[in-house]
Design a protein around this ligand. Structure first.
Ligand SMILES: [Fe+2]
Ligand SMILES: [Fe+2]
Length: 180
């Protein structure tokens, strides 16, 4: 199995360039930067991709990149998946977690998180939106950055963010926007 894992990693884990990390850091506070750097390279690259797409479409919410009001949106894009870093799961484990969630239902996450070994890691991974929100609250991030980490996989009716901002973040996360 681990040969397959190495293959998947070699195909997908492209670390972001130092310039990209520097660009990302310019939108983050010092504690947020530390959280960002704890993420895996795959997650860092994904998050930078989401942030670039948001940056290219800020006009959808009447902002541009130099606007101080855009900073929380960029931070939300960069840190929405930060809870994934808690589980310590690699590509193979994430596949297991995704399949387990499909088979057992997302309610199993909390039970599994109390077990040990792989079961615990899978359980933690399934709870990553909550874990991410907790990490960001401890880092004293903007309330909207905390909210988006928690809400980004919830149905739209349960979002607390401004709807247009949340839609922009979601479209960027789903790869539906070009990065210009
Ligand atoms: Fe996510
Ligand atoms: Fe994401």
């Amino acid at each position: 199995m681990h040969r397959a894992e190495r293959f998947v990693r070699s195909v997908f884990s492209v670390a972001p360039s130092p310039e990209q990390v520097l660009w990302a850091s310019s939108f983050l506070t010092a504690p947020e930067q530390r959280l960002f750097l704890r993420m895996s390279s795959v997650d860092q690259s994904h998050s930078i991709g989401v942030a670039r797409a948001v940056a290219a479409h800020l006009d959808q919410v009447g902002l541009d990149e130099s606007d101080p009001e855009a900073v929380w949106l960029m931070a939300a894009a960069l840190l929405h998946d930060v809870g994934k870093s808690v589980s310590g799961l690699g590509t193979y484990g994430r596949v297991v977690a995704t399949v387990s969630e499909a088979l057992g239902g997302s309610d199993m996450g909390a039970h599994w998180a109390e077990r040990s070994g792989m079961t615990r890691k899978v359980g933690l991974y399934m709870q990553y939106p909550q874990l991410g929100a907790d990490l960001l609250a401890l880092a004293e991030s903007d309330d909207r950055v905390v909210a988006w980490a928690l809400e980004h996989h919830l149905p739209q009716e349960q979002w607390t963010l401004d709807e247009n901002c949340a839609l922009l973040l979601q479209q960027a996360d789903d790869g539906r926007l070009d990065k210009a």
